[in-house]
Write a protein that binds this ligand. Structure first.
Ligand code: ADP
Length: 230
């Protein structure tokens, strides 16, 4: 399952990168097209190169069409939001990493508010975020420690806090965390937090990381409670 999640992450980022590249390629194509048209005008209707210029224009149009079709195909499908119990997602995620926690001598504590409102979420996505974060926390505690997860709500917001007593990170890493491919791990993808950040943002929430080297890291996610009817 972790492998599947990592693969899905990689594909998602790659298709986004590819879409970005495709979009950017259009700009020089537009420039080229403009100058070829200018040449056509300058050289007059019936010139000895008009056949070639026509061909260049037709090929540019063909390339543009391929890009447009690709961009449509690469557009992410609108994922379905449902009313879900965040505590349930937390519990299910913890179950997935339980064996790893035991193996690493990590104690997992949870304090889940029993007054949490249901949230309108794409369940699989939020589960992926929590899996990424707990996985990071466990990887930061190779020699044991504590992972604590709490949920609470206030006004129209719900918070999830994940705190680990792991290696932490230096301040200069904090602003790179959400950049694609930033990793300090051998074989790391550097995509976990990038994806998590995007998912939380797409849900109208925020994600915040505090850390101190040698002491541990706290990740705080804040999600909006959407009132029924919208
Ligand atoms: P990856 O796990 O593949 O490296 P992430 O985007 O999930 O990708 O994390 C990026 C980097 O952020 C990690 O390589 C690590 O340096 C740092 N990091 C993330 N979570 C933690 C944590 N809980 N404790 C310490 N460092 C962390």
């Amino acid at each position: 399952l972790e492998y599947e999640a990592a693969r899905a992450e990689t594909l998602m980022v790659l298709s986004e990168v590819a879409a970005g590249v495709a979009h950017e390629v259009r700009n020089p194509l537009t420039t080229i097209r403009g100058f070829v048209q200018l040449l056509q005008v300058k050289l007059g209707e019936e010139n000895e190169y008009s056949k070639y210029l026509q061909l260049i224009l037709a090929e540019i149009d063909r390339a543009n069409k391929i890009i447009s079709e690709f961009l449509v195909a690469a557009r992410p499908k609108e994922a379905k939001k449902q009313l879900v119990d965040l505590n349930k997602i937390v519990t299910e995620t913890l179950l997935l990493v339980e064996s790893q926690a035991i193996l690493q001598d990590v104690e997992v504590t949870k304090e889940l508010s029993d007054e949490l409102p249901l949230l309108e979420l794409v369940e699989t996505q939020i589960k992926q975020v929590l899996l990424n974060l707990t996985r990071n926390a466990l990887q930061a505690m190779p020699d044991g420690g504590t992972l604590s997860i709490i949920t609470y709500s206030q006004d129209d917001w719900v918070w999830i806090k994940l705190r680990d007593t792991g290696v932490g990170m230096p301040p200069e890493h904090l602003n790179k965390l959400f950049s694609p491919f930033f990793t300090t791990k051998e074989g790391g993808s550097g995509l976990g937090l990038t994806i998590s950040h995007r998912i939380v943002k797409n849900h109208g929430g925020t994600i915040q990381v505090e850390s101190s080297p040698g002491k541990g890291t706290t990740v705080t996610i804040k999600l909006p409670v959407t009132k029924g009817g919208n």
